[in-house]
Design a protein around this ligand. Sequence first.
Ligand SMILES: O=C(O)CCC(=O)C(=O)O
Length: 287
Amino acid sequence: MMSNSLPLIVSRSDEIQSRLYERFQQEGYLYFKGIFSGEKCDMLLRDILECVEPYVAFDQDNHTPILVGNPFYETDPIWDEVYPKIQSLHSFHNFFHQQGSMQLMEIVAGEEVFVYPMKMGRIATPNMKGYETPPHQDAHSHQAGPTMAGMWVALHDVTQGMGRLMLLPRSHKSGVREVIEANGVGGVQCEIFPQETEWHVSDVGQGDVIIFHSCCVHKAEPNTSKSRVRISIDTRFCDYGAPVFSTNIEPHHGWRIETINWEEIYRGWDDKDLQYYWRDYPGLWGS
Ligand SMILES: O=C(O)CCC(=O)C(=O)O
């Protein structure tokens, strides 16, 4: 099936909230430029880069992470070695609880937002073609209802060939789709209907944010660069009280890496407020 791409539709955070909400419901996503300052992104990026040493370094001239040795993918031994360190970062978990994130989440979730405890860090290295994120809907992977949404943040500029995120506009309108097994993040890919040939994708800048509906189909391009690595973060959120399936209150990959558990993650944190903030959440189910 031939497909083509158009640039992401750009939204501005100072637009009237009802207009943003309407666009989100119409297109299935919102894209905002430069929400987080370079300084904020760099601080977290530096923390993450320390965790991925010596496998990924930082090219100061191009302000881009670069691969030093062999490529790797989520669940490879290198990834399993570095990911618990990333999961233990307070700065990583806290990023989504900053005012800037919460304000954007409120646009689609209303005044009271619940940020899922599960936070995801993505390290897309070159030379892993076939293992890029396959097309999927988060409603399936997180067993979530229609008011859940995803937030994805670029921690540095992500240009063509570095594994950009692609969205299938209006795909959220056809409900939750059938899936089949696939390589790549998440391990499944969903059905794409024959008329759905137009994807939205752009080069994104450091601090740019994409918010997508739980049924919006999205995927990543393969990282075809020589050595550039794409590092981004994402999480899910919903209107406070909406049903949240129990696996989402576990840390990402806690189901398969023993050292990824909340006790271990919180061990070095001074900030107590963010610890177990989700414990009394009224919408939990499936435990
Ligand atoms: O960044 C990626 O490659 C995957 C992101 C994603 O699928 C998500 O945020 O749901």
